[in-house]
Design a protein around this ligand. Structure first.
Ligand SMILES: Cc1ncc(COP(=O)(O)O)c(C=O)c1O
Length: 366
């Protein structure tokens, strides 16, 4: 069952399209659960992950009878037991195992190592499933894993698949018959060359997904996958205008009207996004930092980037902005959120009108 990870982009119009295409949802908060349901995703296709679910969020998920709650600690299982008992409702859980496998991605988006806060050791996972099996309201349905994000090669996934199959066999041996394995998400996109990638259809997902699923072929167990970036990342472009060009003795700065509050990834994890002039009639190449107006030295979209020479007033396109772009945006420096447009051939629809300073003030009832 493919589930869409709402954290990548929760625009309601896109969620409705995703729901219409039959995907389930991977949510990590009561807010995402609400959006998934409102977009028309059936509860039995929703999985709920995250290390810090509140009692209220657990209650909502149990009431809705979602597919499963992915538990990440003994304390969380205790709360699930209590809430299920109080509501007098059965709930299916998966335990998130931390396999200590290196996804070889940026440390901030690596989640499958024992030094990360996510999941529990294999031993603890087995103990929790054994304990859950004894509880009258809990179905120990599965095991869950998510080793990280923006993973561009298949080897860590293949290692994880074999780890899970081995664990499944151990559970069977112990008399615990789980009925699903949730493989998480994390398949990357090629940020270096988004447009060529679209043209050539050579994507990481087409390389990784078959290799990840192969070990489970002919096994009688339901497989779930939670994909965010690989579904929505390449579909989004951030269009920004050059406000000023500034030459200093050290370097050239292209100051644009988008900033870290609109696209945080470069500042947060030194992420690379391809940047191109909207009109590609510029021939000379120069090196520059592309920076925004926010009052932080960490506010940049690119550093030391070779770009066609652009002028003040020109537009630039930042590719691969569909995932973790607007979803990570803030109103820092009181810069309102920018609008979003859905382009389908000749058709352009406004799917988010953006905020204004007044709409931000309204939130304070001011
Ligand atoms: C539990 C879980 N599942 C799925 C995802 C989606 O990851 P991606 O967008 O890289 O596919 C994440 C991302 O952080 C996650 O934490």
């Amino acid at each position: 069952m493919p589930c869409y990870a709402l954290k990548a982009n929760y625009n309601p119009t896109l969620l409705k399209l995703i729901a219409q295409n039959g995907l389930g949802a991977d949510v990590v908060s009561g807010g995402e659960l609400y959006f998934a349901r409102r977009a028309g995703i059936a509860p039995e296709k929703i999985v709920f992950a995250g290390v810090g679910k509140s009692e209220a969020e657990i209650g909502q998920a149990i009431q809705l009878k979602i597919h499963s709650l992915n538990i990440e600690s003994e304390s969380e299982l205790r709360v699930i037991e209590k809430v299920a008992q109080r509501l007098n409702k059965r709930v299916t859980v998966a335990v998130r195992v931390n396999p200590d496998i290196d996804a070889e991605t940026h440390p901030y988006i690596s989640t499958g190592l024992h030094s990360n806060k996510f999941g529990v050791t294999r031993e603890t996972a087995i103990n929790l499933l054994q304990r859950a099996a004894k509880h009258p309201f809990i179905d120990p349905g599965g095991i869950h894993v998510h080793i990280g994000s923006q993973i561009d090669h298949k080897e860590p996934y293949i290692e994880t698949a074999h780890y899970l199959l081995d664990m499944h066999a151990e559970l069977e041996h112990l008399g615990i018959n789980i009925h699903f394995i949730d493989l998480g998400g994390g398949i990357g996109i090629n940020y270096n060359n988004q447009l060529d990638e679209a043209e050539n259809k050579v994507t990481y997902i087409s390389n990784i997904l078959p290799a990840l699923l192969k070990p489970f072929k002919n096994k009688k167990i339901k497989i779930l996958i939670e994909l965010g970036r690989s579904i929505i990342g390449s579909a989004g472009f951030l269009v920004t205008r050059v406000i000023y060009i500034k030459n200093t003795p050290q370097k050239k700065f292209i100051i644009v009207d988008a900033a870290m509050n609109n696209l945080l990834r470069p500042s947060l994890y030194q992420a690379y996004h391809q940047i191109l002039p909207l009109r590609n009639d510029h021939t000379m190449i120069e090196k520059a930092d592309v920076v925004g107006p926010v009052c932080e030295s960490s506010d940049f979209l690119a550093k030391g980037r070779e770009l066609p020479v652009v002028n003040e007033g020109d537009f630039l396109v930042v590719t691969g902005a569909g995932a973790y772009g607007q979803a990570l945006a803030s109103a820092y420096n009181l810069r309102p959120a920018i609008p979003e447009y859905l382009v389908d051939g000749e058709n352009i629809d406004v799917i988010f009108a953006g905020d204004t300073v007044e709409s931000i003030a309204d939130r304070y009832k001011w």
